[in-house]
Design a protein around this ligand. Structure first.
Ligand SMILES: *Cc1c(COP(=O)(O)O)cnc(C)c1O
Length: 402
């Protein structure tokens, strides 16, 4: 007998905590939603968030922005990337990453993915030399972190500056050090499906005063950079203030007010995600046809989603698995599909960039499945979901001949 269909929603996040709602209400009652609209002596919610996030992340500077995508675009521009420059990035990532590179007129150079879903460091070294790129936009896609010591050594050897896309690694660490603390700058998203939820939003961190001064000006500071919470001192701006365009990508006080109370409790969320993720991973990983990506001991991840491969399945088998899971109420995503579906996309569908030959990534993505793990799921829900995925997989394997 098949267990009951799962009826939870894979896109339903937790409601916002009451103190976040109260803080947002106070901003609305004040009418001062714009980050630079402050009463005498008042420090805006946006500035307070920057200060709190910089402290939590262990970064000298932080800038609150309209989205994670804007954080990447501004980081690239502030790092001096010019139209026509080549920028290395992961072939396995999501659309805002090549999109950020394209937005500055630069040319994405896609790097292969390993079976463990991280950037292939050998391919990176080869492409860094061939392309002459000076910047790597490193996407810690779905929270999988490559060997960061090896990456840092390679970046040094190849003269690469690294901007980290931490949309899926807010709160994660490599060898005890926070993801985002390795590169020149790090970009975070506070879009609803990430680790903090303000609908849309982004945070950029860096220890580099010059880069951050440019980033603040680019974000649209109207020369009010002294009203920031974790920005360089005014002298640093003097150098660049008139040479840097205003690109209007600020965060407002309402979103910042929603985020600060969530940041104060983020450790509870991280623990909650990992409990759910690890339960799913241990059940799925026990099936002989399932390959879970390795999690090296140096990596402290945040399991807000889960990935697994089923290498024995054909393309038709993968489609059948999606359908069999959906019939049981389980929403899997498949990175091998020919067309982008929902938030899933693959490099072939970024037709505005040159077609890349990426046999290894294509092989990995061909049988790669992905699932969100919202905190509204209980551990019992996760157990039922695992039972359904394994049931759907057995059914599919029985019919699929590769
Ligand atoms: C969500 C996401 C971003 C940033 O996205 P926004 O929606 O612009 O905040 C960047 N990289 C990856 C891999 C993402 O999933």
């Amino acid at each position: 007998m098949r267990p009951p269909r799962f009826t939870g929603s894979f896109t339903q996040q937790l409601p916002l905590p009451e103190d976040a709602i109260a803080a947002a209400e106070a901003v609305m009652r004040s009418g001062r939603l714009h980050r630079y609209n402050v009463a005498p002596g008042e420090v805006s919610e946006a500035a307070r968030l920057e200060e709190a996030f910089a402290r939590w992340q262990g970064a000298r500077y932080c800038l609150a922005l309209a989205s994670g995508g804007q954080a990447m675009q501004i980081a690239l521009r502030a790092a001096g990337v010019k139209p026509g420059d080549r920028v290395l990035t992961n072939a396995f990532t999501l659309a805002p990453v090549p999109g950020a590179i394209a937005s500055v007129g630069a040319v994405p150079v896609l790097v292969e993915t390993t079976d463990d879903l991280v950037i292939d460091l050998d391919d990176l070294a080869a492409k860094a030399r061939q392309s002459g790129a000076g910047v790597l936009l490193l996407s810690h896609m779905r929270g999988h972190i490559c060997d960061m010591e090896r990456l840092a050594a390679l970046a040094r050897d190849c003269g690469l500056r690294v901007i980290e896309d931490c949309a899926h690694t807010m709160g994660a660490r490599w060898n005890g050090r926070r993801s985002g603390a390795f590169g020149l700058a790090a970009c975070f998203s506070t879009q609803t499906y990430k680790h903090l939820n303000s609908g849309e939003g982004g945070l950029l961190t860096s220890d580099d005063a010059d880069l951050m001064a440019r980033a603040v000006l680019l974000s649209g500071s109207y020369m009010l950079y002294e009203r920031h919470g974790a920005a360089p001192s005014a002298e640093v701006f003097a150098e660049v203030r008139l040479d840097t365009p205003n690109m209007s990508a600020r965060m407002d006080n309402l979103r910042a007010a929603l985020l600060r109370p969530q940041l104060a409790r983020i450790e509870d969320s991280l623990t909650g995600w990992n409990a759910r993720h690890d339960h799913l991973a241990s059940r799925l990983g026990a099936h002989p046809a399932v390959r879970m990506p390795a999690r090296p001991p140096q990596e402290s991840y945040v399991g807000s989603s889960i990935q697994f491969r089923a290498p024995a399945l054909s393309a038709g088998g993968c489609t059948a698995l999606l359908a069999a899971a959906a019939e049981r109420g389980v929403e899997l995503k498949w990175f091998g599909a020919a067309e982008p579906v929902g938030f899933t996309s693959a490099h072939q569908s970024w037709r505005y960039i040159a077609r890349h030959d990426l046999p290894q990534t294509e092989r990995v993505l061909a049988t790669l499945f992905d699932m969100r793990i919202p905190l509204t799921f209980t551990l019992d829900d996760c157990d039922l979901i695992a039972t359904h995925i394994l049931g759907a997989l057995d059914e599919t394997l029985a019919e699929d001949v590769r």
